[in-house]
Design a protein around this ligand. Structure first.
Ligand SMILES: O=P(O)(O)OC[C@H]1O[C@H](OP(=O)(O)OP(=O)(O)O)[C@H](O)[C@@H]1O
Ligand SMILES: O=c1cc[nH]c(=O)[nH]1
Length: 259
């Protein structure tokens, strides 16, 4: 995967490839149908999940006989590194924007690990706005969490990393009551510099993999510098907590539910 150069530190991966950029440009376009948005979101998350799995999951060396082994004993055997099948993973479904991305990750990880090592949890969450329309926090209304996360690799696919309030609330909930994961990967289709600052400060030692980093409200002089070089001056959030340029309310579009 082509990765963007940036100054946000080693725990951040930003995709830099024209395929992901094209999918995300269509995803955010006012002309795209819901079917296109869904299909593009699935494609983007297949890439984000694979990248996080490569970076975070332990590996083992293995020898695997192929169908050629019978004809070529000893040489018809593939030798190399695989994902360690002992790894255990928990995918977090952040309802509602995260429903489709979490299902994509759950299915993808279930193809590379034993099925009983991959779990899907659900968190019912919603951002809360104050009287002026600005985001004041995130409510966690309920959860279905299938057990501890201690020693497991946590994947949090949340498409729009805006203020970071949703992800931080989710991680607080896990750390308070369900143990310490072996690693935490937050996967966003699009995120802001403000989001990165907030989630990287979290004690869970978060790694972020994002398809795009949007900082469209930054001054021109800052936009002329590589991402993260003048991080404190970068702005990607509008006054209502929406990402600019962003993709609008993705949870709303995906669900045709404007609330
Ligand atoms: O980084 P934050 O500022 O917390 O915002 C991000 C949240 O908004 C979107 O979801 P969705 O539209 O489902 O949620 P909402 O109704 O809470 O905006 C997105 O998928 C995140 O869950
Ligand atoms: O820009 C944003 C911010 C939060 N949620 C979205 O769907 N879009």
């Amino acid at each position: 995967m082509h990765r963007s150069e940036h100054g946000y530190g080693e725990r951040v991966t930003i995709f830099d490839d024209p395929v992901t950029a094209t999918l995300l440009a269509r995803l955010g376009s006012p002309d795209s149908t819901r079917a296109e948005v869904l299909a593009n979101l699935r494609s983007v998350y297949a890439g984000l999940c694979a990248e996080a799995a490569v970076d975070r999951l332990p590996r083992v060396r293995r020898e695997v006989p192929t169908r050629m082994e019978e004809k070529h004993p000893g040489t018809g055997i593939w030798r190399g590194e695989l994902v360690d099948p002992a790894s255990e993973v928990v995918v977090v479904d952040v309802i509602r924007g995260g429903i489709v991305p979490s299902q994509v990750c759950f299915e993808a990880l279930s193809r590379i690990l034993p099925e009983d090592h991959v779990r899907l949890d659900h968190l019912h969450m919603s951002r809360v706005t104050g009287p002026d329309g600005s985001i004041t926090g995130t409510d966690l209304f309920g959860s279905k969490i299938g057990g501890p996360v201690e020693g497991r690799h946590l994947f949090v696919p949340d498409p729009m990393g805006a203020t970071g309030s949703t992800v931080v609330t989710a991680l607080d909930h896990y750390l308070e009551s369900f143990g310490t994961p072996a690693s935490v990967s937050v996967l966003t289709a699009i995120c802001t510099p403000e989001f990165l600052r907030r989630v990287l400060e979290h004690p869970a030692n978060v790694h972020v993999v994002t398809g795009r980093l949007d900082r469209g409200l930054s001054p021109d002089v800052v936009l002329a510098t590589p991402p993260g070089t003048r991080w404190s001056e970068e702005r990607g959030l509008d006054a209502d907590g929406y990402i600019v340029p962003g993709a609008g309310g993705v949870g709303e579009v995906l669900n045709n539910s404007w609330c």
